[in-house]
Ligand binder design. Structure first.
Ligand code: C2O
Ligand code: CU
Ligand code: CU
Length: 494
């Protein structure tokens, strides 16, 4: 089946307003939410990041071979700051090459970490990043040519938080790990020995789905939080899965930020979709003292369940597998923690959209998947050609040349299936999403936009940093198996 998300969007009203069964799960045997170590990258001292092998316990009593950065699985959270320099120092101790990309950064191509910047086994790479963009939740992950999917799946990913003065002045919750919590959502499949199962060759058209949701590397963890406002920085760090995020009691939350920074104003929501690569920040109010169960539903399951006209989310949950049995994450109130009770500001930031006359050029991108000749049956997918504008990723080809500092309109279309389209080196604004005006919660700065089959999404974008022929930027589908199979192109900015 090829995921099409239109059904979720049109059918979502059916389950909004239906409550879950509630807290029927026992929290006692659930793991605590792992909070990655926070490294301060705001004082120009080099941040040492060792890419290494690890052993990580996803399941009680079982050690799973993994990859990680300074730790066994995933990497530390790095704090950066606008108008400061972030100095990274990667050391690749693996026996394979790795390129590490800073996703969401407005930095030149030579420090962007695309596949041209692969770090050989034993080598180091020390990019200096001048941070000139506003506060945002970014991330870093493997971008190795043909291996982004596998290396990210095994653990090569982490978060980078950018702060700035404007946001600091807002009294948003910002105590890391207490009321400002990084949440990396992924799904993984384990074999009988507890090893991670991954195969690019065996992935079907939708990409590689895991059957078990892991949050910061833990299955159905519990986080102790203060009885006040809590900020969750959500990252869909899955290879291919689209999630629908909602609380069991249909609790409302405010979305305050998209990929590239704060929204103009908080948007009240009860369910939210997240595609691979996307981040968002939400504020949830726990001042009622009750714990909150967060669900990350598989959008494809919701699609299937809706086909059978299942009433409400409970039916959806009943039809799913492991991921459905327990909340993905429970926020449990701990009254010994000092709460943040400051009301949310009504206004966050100003977003200045370019005027139509500022846009000097239109570019079109079409994402295609086609079965190659000869392949048939379940394992014929490897022959599928994935391309953008008819071209599969070729390290020796520059697909587009963009002028520095000029606004452009990019019209992006999917020929088949839903895809999250991502561009390096920028944040953009979505004008049209799937043929309609972008919803309110998508009107912030973004670097990933979803397209469904046979729909156009349109963005306006400007690049303010240079990317040369030697170190170009990439645009691609963020389903990592699509990317690894060539749904990616290179572009320069000069
Ligand atoms: Cu998150 Cu080109 O990647
Ligand atoms: Cu990126
Ligand atoms: Cu795709």
């Amino acid at each position: 089946m090829i995921l099409s998300r239109r059904r979720f969007l049109t059918g979502s009203a059916a389950f909004v307003g239906t409550a879950f069964a509630g807290n029927a799960w026992s929290n006692s045997r659930r793991p605590e939410l792992p909070i990655p170590t926070l490294i301060d990258g705001t004082n120009e001292a080099p941040v040492h990041l060792q890419l290494r092998e690890g052993l990580w316990s996803f399941k009680p009593g079982i050690m799973t071979p993994t990859l990680g950065i300074n730790q066994d699985y995933l990497g530390p959270t790095i704090r950066a700051r606008k108008n400061r320099e972030l100095n990274l120092n990667y050391h690749n101790t693996l026996n394979e090459g790795v390129a590490v990309h800073g996703h969401g950064f407005h930095v030149p191509g030579e420090v962007d970490g695309g596949p041209q910047l692969e770090i050989a086994p034993g080598d180091r790479w020390s990019p200096k990043l001048s941070i000139v963009q506003p506060s945002a939740t970014c991330w870093y992950h493997s971008h190795t040519h043909g291996k982004s999917g596998e290396q990210t799946y095994r653990g090569l990913a982490g978060m980078i938080l950018i702060d700035d003065d404007e946001t600091d002045a807002m009294d948003l919750p910002r105590r890391y790990g207490i009321d400002d919590i990084p949440i990396v959502i992924q799904d993984r499949t384990f074999d009988e020995q507890g090893r991670l199962v991954y195969s690019l060759m065996d992935a079907d058209e939708d990409g590689w789905y895991g059957d078990t949701v892991v949050i910061n590397g833990a299955i159905a963890p519990v986080a102790k939080v203060p009885a006040g406002r809590v900020r969750l920085r959500l990252l869909n760090g899955a290879n291919a899965r689209f999630y629908i995020v909602a609380f069991a009691d249909n609790r409302v939350f405010h979305k305050i930020a998209t990929d590239g920074g704060l929204l103009e104003a908080p948007v009240l929501m009860t369910t939210m979709e997240m595609s691979p690569g996307e981040r968002c920040e939400i504020i949830v109010d726990l001042s009622d003292g009750k714990s909150a169960d967060l669900f990350t539903l598989f959008e494809d399951d919701v699609d299937e369940a809706e086909e059978g006209i299942v009433s409400g989310m409970l039916g959806v949950l009943g039809s799913s597998e492991v991921a459905a049995e327990m909340p993905s994450l429970t926020l449990e109130v701990d009254t010994s923690l000092v709460p943040n009770l400051v009301p949310l500001p009504e206004k966050l930031v100003n977003i200045i959209r370019p005027k139509a006359s500022d846009v000097v050029r239109v570019r079109e991108f079409e994402l295609t998947m086609e079965h190659g000749g000869g392949a048939s049956g379940h394992h014929g997918h490897a022959a599928m050609d994935m391309a953008i504008n008819g071209a599969s990723m070729d390290m020796n080809v520059i697909n587009e040349r963009v002028n520095l500092g000029e606004w452009e309109r990019w019209r992006i279309r999917s020929d088949m299936g839903a895809h999250p389209f991502h561009a390096h080196g920028c944040s953009f604004l979505i004008d049209q999403m799937e043929g309609a005006t972008a919803p309110e919660d998508q009107r912030g700065w973004k670097d990933t936009v979803v397209l469904d089959d046979d729909d156009w999404s349109e963005i306006v974008v400007r690049f303010d940093h240079v990317a040369t022929d030697q170190f170009p930027y990439m645009y691609h589908c963020h389903i990592l198996e699509h990317e690894d199979r060539g749904m990616m192109g290179q572009f320069t900015v000069t």
